[in-house]
Design a protein around this ligand. Structure first.
Ligand SMILES: [Mg+2]
Length: 376
């Protein structure tokens, strides 16, 4: 399915005009149906991969044995990182079945209810000063308590945008900035030092994902905490980052981790290391967003606002879309399983929307310029 964003979503790595998902369903011989969502990229490939490689590993198995099925599938796929995204969709569907079979919401299968609501960041990503200022003011009006600004294009312009947004929203709302790996370590130090007078809560992934030593260098040189996003995909990434003492927060994705099962292990490593966790987003639809909410609801860690692109999509394909409360929070569903149901009419409608899922340099039709580890 493809659902348009209300605004072009720009980051240093490229821009996206719509969210896209592959809805995955697993049926049991007792008539239960579990839903999962494949987010991100390569949906057609993932669909073929699920049918040819994952389905044969799952047919005839007990869907309640999620730990066993996680190890079985990962083992047969030799821990191929591409497989994490399809596996995440399968994992969500298995939890949906388990919740429905037991008659409880998924958060009860996990740690039980720790919090009912997920705080969300207001996302600023338009890269035009006046538009970003207006967008930030709207975010504050909607109740967001933290604003996250995508940076990493033109540094003087980033400073200009951040300063204008700070002037418009006042001194109290913390900013997170996210250059999405655009900077070299020394460039990151130079620019974070300039930006940190603007009340930065933390900086997301300033340097490329593979450069943990670079991340450590930046962390030692600036006052602002760092978070690991692109460098924190798997459980083993989390372990190495915790060992390196490079960051004070992890951006956790169910997709990149391989589902709720593995994402919770990342959270466990973070708990042990005293690292905060927030959710990162690929632009989840209703099923993916529900899975995120069950994990956040059942984990102590996640005390800070998480990302969601839910407010940026024009619609959702589930029968009862989520609504933000007056403090820009999303509430975990209370029905059994994931607690959401796809609307067949909407799924059919959005399955026929054409669109380019690849990211663009800055916007459709513009030339691709790789932005990674730049010296500026
Ligand atoms: Mg990020």
């Amino acid at each position: 399915m493809r659902i348009p964003f209300t605004e072009l979503l720009r980051a240093a790595y490229g821009a996206r005009s719509h969210a896209s998902y592959l809805l995955v369903s697993i049926e049991t011989d007792q008539g239960l149906v579990g839903y999962g969502e494949h987010d991100g990229l390569f949906h057609e490939t993932a669909e073929a991969f699920i049918h040819s490689e994952l389905k044969p590993l799952l047919i005839g198995e007990d869907p309640l044995q999620i730990e066993f099925l996680t190890h079985k599938t990962e083992h047969f796929l030799l821990w191929n990182t591409f497989a994490a995204y399809p596996l995440a969709a399968i994992d969500m569907a298995l939890y949906d079945i388990k919740g429905k079979a037991l008659g409880v919401p998924i958060y009860e299968v996990l740690g039980g209810l720790y919090r009912e609501k997920m705080d969300t960041t207001g996302l600023i990503h338009l890269h035009v000063v006046e538009e970003d200022v207006a967008s930030a003011v709207r975010c504050v009006e909607r109740g967001h308590k933290v604003i996250k600004v995508k940076v990493g294009f033109d540094l003087e312009k980033d400073m200009e945008r951040l300063t204008a947004i700070r002037d418009a929203v006042g001194p109290a709302i913390p900013f997170r900035i996210d250059p999405n790996m655009a900077w070299s370590p020394r460039t990151a130090v130079r620019w974070i030092r300039r930006m940190e007078k603007l009340n930065l809560q933390w900086v997301e992934q300033p340097v490329p994902s593979w450069d943990i030593e670079g991340l450590v260098e930046v962390a030692r040189a600036v006052d602002t905490p760092l978070s690991a996003d692109e460098s924190c995909m798997t459980v083993r990434d989390a372990w190495r980052l915790a060992e390196a003492r490079a960051v004070e927060a992890f951006n956790v994705y169910l997709t990149e981790a391989g589902g709720i099962t593995r994402a919770r292990e990342i959270v466990a490593i973070a708990n042990a290391a005293g690292i905060a966790c927030v959710i990162g987003t690929w632009g989840e639809g209703g099923v993916g967003q529900a899975a995120v909410l069950h994990m956040v609801a059942s984990s102590r860690n996640f005390e800070h606002a998480s990302d969601t692109a839910y407010g940026l999509t024009a619609d959702d394909y589930i029968t009862e879309p989520f609504r933000f409360d007056e403090n820009a929070r999303l509430t975990v569903p209370r029905k059994s399983g994931l607690g959401v149901e796809p609307s067949p009419a909407k799924v059919d409608h959005y399955a026929h929307i054409e669109g380019e899922d690849r990211v663009f340099a800055q916007g459709p039709g513009e030339r691709f310029i790789p932005r990674s580890r730049m010296i500026l």
